[in-house]
Design a protein around this ligand. Structure first.
Ligand SMILES: [Zn+2]
Length: 104
């Protein structure tokens, strides 16, 4: 598979897909289109999950997840790298939790 590399820090696009984390602000420029299209895919899939949420906490977590996805998209477009690191870290933790619960 074709793998893009950030010329500044050497982070690979494939490692971003695995961890959700990037190395430097330049990464967001290098992978911008891929990251944005991935976010759109995830957003779409959460809209049409069709899963019955068993309790209020599930719904809360999923809503928070969607909110963070939108926030991340916005931060990328506006180039707010310091915010992005925090949002990505939160999003990664939340993704793990949602997977454990079988929500995504
Ligand atoms: Zn980089």
């Amino acid at each position: 598979m074709y793998d893009k590399v950030c010329e500044k820090c050497g982070t690979r696009l494939s490692s971003y897909y695995q961890t959700g984390m990037l190395g430097c602000p330049e990464c967001y420029n290098a992978f911008r289109m891929e990251i944005l299209s991935t976010l759109k895919d995830i957003q779409r899939s959460t809209e049409h999950t069709g899963k019955k949420l068993s309790n209020g906490l599930d719904k809360e977590l999923l809503d928070e997840y969607k909110r963070l996805l939108k926030e991340k998209e916005l931060a990328i477009m506006e180039g707010r790298f310091s915010d992005l690191r925090e949002i990505s870290a939160n999003l990664f933790d939340l993704t793990e939790e949602l997977k454990r619960r079988g929500l995504i």
